[in-house]
Design a protein around this ligand. Structure first.
Ligand code: NI
Length: 636
């Protein structure tokens, strides 16, 4: 163990040793919901010679159903080598939703007499076939549930058999407010019976009336093997070097990402990953109006990581990394093939045909793909990091799975809130907003962020034709100045500059963040939703680097009133000039569902791109050797 890197992923042995130690200090009722490596500091990671003296520390989070003395659960920091445990009770918010909560919410709901009666009123008496989806209570815990109690809202769906798609038949109008701590339905909300929609929503091949001809075989082969090398969770590909891990909240994280330039390692991002996300619903339907899950902070996105399959989720010359999570009892759970690493051809990298000499030079682009997929309830999220030969870094989120649904009476449509997607079935309008924490260390820790707006000039003596436009650069000096929105009209982007390092032209080296045309939150700033997911109010935030602040809505947003996270931290209005800064970028998709999104939605994409801007002296791929046959000029 002493020889492994301090950022290496937790092993099953480490998880179980830590849990055993923690359990000695807790009651028998304690269950675990997550474990994470407490990552070493930048200072520690800067001294490779001293790596063997860095202790392996981890944080375990969990809870008890404690009626007599309820609180948010426990946070246990463990130093496994020293056998030290430090336990803190969570007083603001609660430990995230755990597997134990979900199982318990389903049992409690199904055993409730009131719920059973309400289901019989709807013609449903076989409760075996009812699918219960427990949702976080968010900031709308029913007043009958005391503070400190763990709580869910449970909604129901009816399946024709065990393998049916339950989302085709939502039980409209019925919400069970489950008090998990005392083990009862505290309140049953019933807005009246709406018949179950008539059609099934089965999406497996055997339930389709007929199938299209199969696609012809398309194979991606690399006879010489892939270009990447993996040691533990350290990956080297061409000039890129980084570590990768899965964090229970942040999901897929890149660490110590840099580019080896003429033999020297140049850092770009110390740590890059999701910090939190929120899925606010815009529909006024009582079944949806309260929904705004923070899938990362409340539901521990990282624990929902899929085990991938070659030829299905990924094709080509693939290598996978396994992931270990923690079960409620403290044993380790192995997720085989959780992180997928492969290369993709990406078309043309650069090209020019010289008309006079008739010489054509062309090089092909290739990217390294590091990806993982997560299932959170009805939705799937894929997170794809792409590294390109020319220094570009890209994050692409893939959204798929099954949309939220409502059953309606015939003709009772409200298309502005919930378009019809199948007979008597509507899907509410909603957003998926992702906040990425980008701890830039562009050629070192001292960085400054500029906003670039390209703007037209008025007609003047200098601009008589009115054709001029210019890129204006504005330094963001403080946290309040750095709360920004995207602006497609000025091609707005942000540049992270190291003022102390210059390129061959004497200009400071930089990387720029290029947002897509992306939404921010549409909820009223005073709403509970906006308060609890304050990170979604702006597309950009910049803060001084605090290595323990990894989650944009605070560490424990579950049942938190919503005063924690970026809006609170940035009230300090600290200077962000020439220091170690973190850039937080919120982006996402506003989803107005379509009939084509049913019964499973084709992947929708969103994300951002980071591009070198004076980081290199010239096109860093100009020396990429030509491919045989392409190197011959086309002179005739
Ligand atoms: Ni959606």
């Amino acid at each position: 163990m002493a020889s492994s890197h301090p950022l290496s992923s937790l092993t099953a042995q480490e998880i179980e040793a830590a849990a055993t130690l923690v359990k000695k200090n807790l009651s028998e009722r304690a269950v675990f919901c997550s474990i994470a490596l407490v990552e070493p500091t930048k200072e520690a990671l800067a001294e490779p010679d001293a790596f063997s003296s860095i202790p392996r520390k981890m944080r375990l989070v969990g809870y008890e159903y404690n009626d007599s003395n309820p609180d948010g659960g426990f946070e246990a920091d463990v130093n496994i080598g020293a056998q030290e445990v430090h336990i803190k009770r969570i007083t603001e918010g609660q430990a995230p939703i755990g597997f134990t909560d979900v199982v318990r919410a389903i049992q409690i709901t199904k055993q409730d007499q009131g719920w059973q009666e309400a289901m019989r009123l709807r013609g449903v008496s076989n409760f075996e076939l009812v699918q219960i989806d427990p949702w976080p209570a968010g900031g709308y815990k029913h007043p009958s549930i005391p503070d400190g109690h763990r709580a869910h809202r449970a909604i129901s769906f009816v399946r024709e058999d065990a393998k049916d798609n339950g989302y085709a038949r939502p039980v409209q109008g019925l919400i069970a407010h489950v008090d998990l701590t005392v083990g009862k339905v505290a309140h049953l909300e019933d807005h009246g019976v709406v018949p179950l929609p008539p059609e099934s929503g089965r999406y497996t091949a055997e339930h389709q009336p007929s199938l299209q001809p199969a696609l012809s075989q398309l194979e991606i082969v690399q006879p010489g093997g892939p270009e990447f090398e993996i040691t533990g969770n350290f990956i080297r590909w061409r000039n890129w070097e980084f570590h990768v891990s899965i964090h229970p909240v942040n999901g897929l994280v890149l660490h110590c990402l840099g580019y080896r330039d003429k033999g020297c390692f140049r850092s770009i991002l110390h740590r890059a990953g999701l910090s939190d996300m929120v899925v606010p619903y815009g529909d006024t339907d009582p079944m949806h109006v309260w929904k705004h899950v923070l899938d990362a902070g409340e539901a521990s996105l990282g624990n929902c990581v899929n085990s991938l399959r070659l030829g299905c989720d990924c094709v080509g010359e693939i290598q996978y990394l396994d992931h270990y999570a923690i079960k409620p009892d403290g044993t380790a759970r192995r997720v085989e093939r959780a992180i997928c690493i492969h290369e993709e051809d990406y078309g043309t990298l650069w090209k020019h045909h010289d008309g006079l000499s008739r010489i054509t030079e062309v090089r092909r682009s290739r990217r390294l793909v590091v990806s993982s997929f997560y299932t959170v309830g009805n939705y799937e999220y894929g997170f794809y990091w792409y590294l390109y030969l020319d220094g570009t870094i890209q994050m692409e989120v893939k959204l798929t799975g099954i949309v939220g649904v409502s059953a309606i009476h015939e003709g009772d449509e409200r298309p502005e809130f919930a378009p019809l997607i199948a007979p008597n079935l509507t899907s509410p309008i909603h957003q998926h907003l992702f906040c990425f924490r980008l701890d830039f260390d562009v050629d070192g820790r001292t960085n400054t962020v500029y906003e670039i707006n390209t703007e037209a000039l008025s007609i003047s003596d200098d601009n008589p034709d009115g054709t001029a436009f210019q890129a204006n650069s504005t330094r963001l000096n403080s946290e309040s100045e750095a709360r920004r929105h995207v602006n497609a009209a000025s091609s707005r982007c942000w540049k992270v500059v190291n003022p102390n390092k210059t390129n061959r032209l004497g200009k400071p080296v930089a990387y720029k963040l290029m947002p897509s045309s992306t939404a921010a939150s549409l909820a009223s700033p005073n709403s509970n939703v906006a308060q609890r997911s304050g990170f979604a109010q702006f597309n950009l935030w910049v803060t001084p680097c605090e290595e323990d602040k990894l989650c944009a809505a605070g560490d424990y947003p579950n049942l938190h009133s919503g005063s924690d996270g970026l809006p609170m931290w940035t009230k300090q209005n600290r200077s962000i000039v020439d220091r170690d800064v973190v850039v937080w970028h919120t982006f996402g998709s506003t989803h107005v569902p379509r009939p084509e999104d049913w019964p499973v939605m084709p992947v929708e994409y969103c994300g951002f791109v980071l591009k070198p801007d004076g980081f290199f002296d010239r096109n860093p791929t100009i020396d990429l050797p030509p491919i045989e046959h392409c190197s011959e000029n086309t002179k005739t």
